[in-house]
Design a protein around this ligand. Structure first.
Ligand code: GDP
Length: 369
């Protein structure tokens, strides 16, 4: 086994211990010839460019070469976790190559959403985080909404260039890449993964009929997303699979909302006002008085306040408290990466404390809706 070190498809170093990391090869497949990693195996046999995750540093190293190429960079983000899935620093690596921002999972938003306004909101946020995007396309890979637009926009923009597809984990990248493969290449099930020499080994090059390639890069793992760091039993509850049903709470100061046992929202100071919660319907919200919140948590975490359940509490990172101030007249969301957001509707300002697992991105932003 020691002689098998690299995948014959993409060249990545093989390993048999971590299925979600690059180069994974199930023990049982080590006898297969040629020896290829599970990802290449799936691409070759099922046309499935499955996601493999790497961390931000590995990823930026991988991207290091893009600036010197002539390519189209397709960055796919998850609308539900927009700031959590946006690759900050992408601009430095793409050089002069155009970036197409594909915003996925719009099926989660209410049907009455003003899509033009949403596009402007996306453009503004991307710009303020330093990313220059040539175009923005909204879609839902799962419900097949806007996906033809995505594919045709890529077709128009790429000209005769390669297409790099980049994104964080769980944004829907596999779905997009598979669709591109089926639209731009009739290799279909005969598709073989091209050998890619050199040291940039973790990206998969998929040859297209016109001689160019789609370069599918691994999904980046951001530890600042709730979905990456909470216990395994809690993931189902935070990832919405149905359109969000916003719930509005009329709160007085010194009231608290618990999001299962995953996060806590304290309305510390301000006039009575309403807050609208956009989070997965599977996540139970429990309302209480601020003065009772610590005790309630101490006595009921893992039970009334779950997930995580009792068995997984020790895998739960401790909370960090974030103090946020909304000034009178501001129309803002409290965004908690991976959990969703809470729109503050009051016009008179508020002081809020958000308790979220250590490391999770918590911020105020212009209201999305
Ligand atoms: P990848 O990890 O970026 O390759 O993403 P996948 O294509 O594997 O999708 C990740 C998760 O997001 C899966 O649970 C999908 O079902 C879900 N997903 C993908 N696209 C959509 C979408 O358009 N809407 C919704 N609601 N979920 C989606």
């Amino acid at each position: 086994q020691a002689t098998i070190s690299r995948c014959a498809g993409c060249g990545v170093a093989l390993q048999t211990s971590e299925p979600n990391r690059p180069g994974y090869l199930p023990e049982s497949a080590a006898a297969r010839e040629p020896v290829i990693c599970q990802r290449c195996f799936r691409i070759k046999n099922y046309n499935d460019a499955s996601s493999v995750a790497i961390d931000q540093d590995d990823f930026l190293r991988l991207l290091g070469g893009i600036a010197a190429t002539n390519s189209l960079v397709v960055h796919i983000v998850d609308l539900f976790d927009f700031e959590g899935s946006l690759i900050s620093g992408l601009q430095r690596f793409v050089g002069n190559n155009p970036v197409l921002l594909v915003v996925n999972k719009i099926d989660l938003l209410p049907r009455v959403t003003n899509w033009n306004r949403l596009r402007n909101w996306v453009q503004k946020l991307a710009r303020s985080s330093g990313l220059k995007v040539a175009d923005v396309v909204l879609c839902s890979a799962k419900r097949n909404i806007g996906f033809d637009r995505v594919v045709s926009t890529i077709g128009d923009m790429r000209g005769d260039r390669d297409v790099y597809v980049v994104g964080a984990t769980n944004v829907g990248k596999s779905t997009l890449v598979n669709r591109l493969i089926s639209d731009y290449s009739d290799l279909g099930r005969e598709l073989t993964v091209s050998r890619y020499p050199g040291t940039t080994l973790d990206a998969v090059h998929i040859p297209l009929d016109d001689g160019r390639s789609i370069i599918d890069t691994p999904g980046i793992v951001y530890k600042s997303r709730m979905s990456e760091i909470i216990p395994r039993d809690s993931l189902q509850a935070v990832l919405p699979d149905k359109p969000l049903k916003p719930i509005t709470y009329q709160l007085n100061a010194e009231q608290t909302l618990f999001f299962g046992g995953l996060a806590r929202f304290d309305f510390v100071e301000g006039e009575r006002q309403s807050f609208t919660v956009y989070s997965s319907g599977s996540l139970k919200i429990h309302r209480t008085k601020l003065e009772r919140a610590d005790e309630l948590y101490a006595n009921h975490k893992g039970e009334l306040l779950s997930p995580p359940s009792k068995d997984y509490l020790d895998e739960m990172p401790s909370w960090t408290r974030h103090r946020l101030r909304i000034q009178p007249g501001e129309n803002l969301d409290v965004f908690v990466s991976g959990l969703g957001w809470i729109q503050a509707n009051g016009k008179t300002g508020a002081v809020l404390d958000i308790h979220a697992p250590k490391g999770v991105k918590v911020l105020l932003r212009d209201a999305m809706l």
